[in-house]
Design a protein around this ligand. Structure first.
Ligand code: ZN
Length: 52
């Protein structure tokens, strides 16, 4: 079992703005499903879908 430090929060990179963002308390129950750093980026992702 690994010990977690309080300062050692997980982080992800937002695919919309390409910025890393850290775990937030409001996401504590949903961190696995968090993809975007903010509501704004989430909306952008919806309206501005990249076509591959
Ligand atoms: Zn973002």
């Amino acid at each position: 079992m690994k010990m977690r430090r309080k300062s050692d929060l997980p982080s992800k990179v937002c695919p919309i703005c390409n910025r890393p963002f850290n775990w937030r308390r409001k996401w504590q129950r949903d961190w696995e499903n968090v993809i975007y750093c903010s509501e704004r980026c989430r909306r952008l992702a919806r309206t501005n879908r990249p076509e591959k």
